[in-house]
Every structure is written in structure tokens, then in C-alpha cells.
Design a protein around this ligand. Structure first.
Ligand SMILES: NC(=O)c1ccc[n+]([C@@H]2O[C@H](COP(=O)([O-])OP(=O)(O)OC[C@H]3O[C@@H](n4cnc5c(N)ncnc54)[C@H](OP(=O)(O)O)[C@@H]3O)[C@@H](O)[C@H]2O)c1
Length: 307
């Protein structure tokens, strides 16, 4: 099959795999579905919490000549996850590619209220535990899981020495990560949050949720067998609704790294923190300089998000 689609046009061989992307009705998830289809993955599920938004997204990809399938999936709702799993069990032998992409950011960019911080941490971190419980048993041998984190999820975004040390332990447990997020939530609730515990004075709930997601990725990789790989990814600074259309990459460009992890990376790449240029970054190196957005662009982003 040859598809003429601009710079990404190339000869495509069908890949007999089942892929699932969460939060794919727009943004990076939508771009990942499109790229997986373009690369020839036979069965790609574009999932979304809202049926209309999801089916509209599928219809728009169909107009471009792609053929993803749709299924509803609200990642905070256990019943929705269970229904999705029942459906997959009936239709397929299992799942080969799972892109955990769905996430939210803070309503208040600078200082979240407690309920908002809890929501961000629930959607961006706790859902991963629910997904692990119900969807991981459906993963085929040698399946690939990509947990879409962020540069905000790098350990260097934290300045609190106690938590840096504790989250760096090689025998890290879920209890450690839960205590970390609870430490943060308590500080928001009690209004005792110290800005100096963080590298930035913005987005603290999002930062904590994405650091927790990365830390839990290493735990998931340690626990899982059958050749399955689980990596965390920073997809880049991407123009989507989450960033109020600020960014340095288009959704199409940002789909390269997740699809590389899903299809092209060596199967031995496991439990790593991958950058949008497909290189590995040391998540534990808190002295690393990973700030790559120029100051003017960053300032523009901060102003738009704070407005
Ligand atoms: N854009 C960036 O610069 C950037 C940078 C670093 C990391 N990331 C990460 O990349 C991923 C995609 O972000 P994006 O920029 O593409 O954001 P986006 O455009 O806001 O898209 C987020 C997607 O997640 C869905 N979603 C949110 N909560 C959900 C839930 N409870 N259940 C199911 N779906 C849910 C949204 O659905 P609705 O449309 O229904 O709300 C939407 O489809 C996220 O993990 C984000 O943290 C983005």
C-alpha cells in the first residue's frame, strides 16, 4: 500500500497488531492514532471519554483515508474501563500497543486549589493504576506500553531533597509514590506548599502527577514479565489545547516518538525516560539541563496559561 501524504509518504507494509490510544479525540493522541494507521498497524483504537468527540475524530481520520476504530474509554471510570476490556476480549487475542496518553492540566496554572490538584493527580497518575489492573492482563507477550509523561515529569523539576532521594530508590514501591502525592496534596490543602521544593513556581500539581507517573512506570516495568516493555515519554512542547496552542512541535511531529516506542525501538528498551527526539534521558539526574524552550516562547506560554 502506498499512501501519498506529504513528507511522511512511504511504502507501508501491514502490521498485524492491535493498538489502543487513550484520550485520542484531539491533540497528541489523535496524531498518534493517525501515525499508527499511516504506518500500517492493522487495528488501531482511537478511544475517548466522549462518544461524539471520539466518533467525530474517527470520521475526520476516515476522510483522510485512515481507518481507526472507536471505543469509549473514560480512564477515571472503572466501569468504562471494564466495558472496554470485555469488548477487547471478545474481539481480539489481546493488545500489542497501549499508549496511555489521556491527561489534564491544572485549571489554575499558578497555584491549584485542593480539588483541582486532586483531579489532576487522579487523572494523570491514579488512572494508570486502574489501567494496569484491568488492561494489563490483556497485553500480549512483548506488548509495548508508552506512558505519556512530560518534561514536567523529570525528577529535576523537584528540589525537595528528601523526595528526590526517596523517589530515586531502586526498590521504590507504590506506597512511596502514593506518600509523595499525598505529601503534596496535604501541603496544598493546608496551604503549607513551599515553592522552593520545586524548580518552577508554576504547574505544581501537574509536575507532581507526571513525576509520580514516571516513578510508577519504573515500578510497573520491574513487576511485569512476558517481554513487555513500559517506557515513559516526554512528547515535546506541542501546540494543542492543553498548551493553549503554544508549542514548538505540531501534533504530527509529536507523534514520531510515541510511535517509535510502539513500533521501532528495540524490545530491550524498558523502563526508560524517553525524550521527544527519541533519545534516552537519565530521569534520576537532577543536575541535568533539559530546559530547551527559549525564554521568549516560555514567557508567552506562561502568560497565555495564566490569563
Ligand atoms: N502539549 C504539550 O506540550 C505536552 C507536553 C508534555 C506532555 N504532554 C502530555 O501529552 C499528552 C497529550 O496532551 P495534549 O497536549 O494532546 O492534550 P489535549 O489536547 O488536552 O488532549 C488531552 C486528551 O486527553 C483526554 N482526556 C482527558 N481526561 C480524560 C479522561 N478522564 N478519560 C479519557 N480521556 C481524557 C481529552 O479528552 P477531552 O477532549 O474529552 O477533554 C483529550 O482527548 C498528555 O499526557 C499531556 O500531559 C503534552
Amino acid at each position: 500500500m502506498i499512501r501519498q501524504s506529504g513528507i511522511k509518504s512511504q511504502k507501508i507494509n501491514m502490521i498485524d497488531k492491535v493498538a489502543v490510544v487513550t484520550g485520542a479525540n484531539k491533540g497528541i493522541g489523535y496524531g498518534v492514532v493517525k501515525e499508527l494507521c499511516r504506518r500500517g498497524v492493522k487495528t488501531v483504537y482511537l478511544t475517548a471519554r466522549d462518544i461524539k468527540r471520539g466518533t467525530d475524530a474517527v470520521a475526520s481520520l476516515k476522510k483522510e483515508g485512515y481507518n481507526p476504530k472507536f471505543h469509549q474509554l473514560e480512564i477515571t471510570d472503572e466501569e468504562s474501563i471494564k466495558k472496554f476490556c470485555e469488548f477487547i476480549k471478545q474481539q481480539h487475542k489481546g493488545i500489542d500497543i497501549l499508549i496511555n496518553n489521556a491527561a489534564v492540566t491544572q485549571d489554575n496554572f499558578n497555584a491549584p486549589l485542593y480539588e483541582d490538584a486532586k483531579r489532576v493527580i487522579d487523572v494523570n497518575f491514579h488512572t494508570i493504576i486502574r489501567i494496569e489492573k484491568f488492561i494489563f492482563p490483556l497485553l500480549n507477550d512483548n506488548a509495548r506500553v508508552v506512558n505519556v509523561s512530560s518534561d514536567c515529569g523529570h525528577l529535576s523539576k523537584l528540589k525537595n531533597k528528601y523526595w528526590i532521594e526517596r523517589l530515586s530508590r531502586k526498590d521504590l514501591t507504590l506506597e512511596d509514590v502514593e506518600e509523595f502525592v499525598n505529601w503534596f496534596l496535604d501541603s496544598v490543602n493546608n496551604k503549607t506548599l513551599k515553592v522552593e521544593d520545586f524548580k518552577w513556581n508554576i504547574l505544581h500539581a501537574y509536575v507532581v502527577s507526571k513525576i509520580a507517573l514516571c516513578a510508577y512506570t519504573w515500578i510497573q516495568q520491574r513487576k511485569i514479565d512476558r517481554g513487555i516493555s513500559i517506557n515513559a515519554l516526554h512528547p515535546g512542547f506541542v501546540t494543542t489545547s492543553m498548551t493553549r496552542n503554544c508549542g514548538l512541535l505540531s501534533v504530527e511531529e509529536a507523534s514520531d516518538a510515541p510511535v517509535y516506542l510502539a513500533l521501532d525501538a528495540d524490545q530491550s528498551l524498558k523502563g526508560k525516560y524517553i525524550w521527544f527526539d527519541k533519545t534516552e534521558k537519565d530521569w534520576y539526574d537532577v543536575d541535568i539541563d533539559i530546559d530547551y524552550v527559549d525564554p521568549d516562547t516560555f514567557q508567552d506560554f506562561v502568560e497565555k496559561m495564566s490569563a
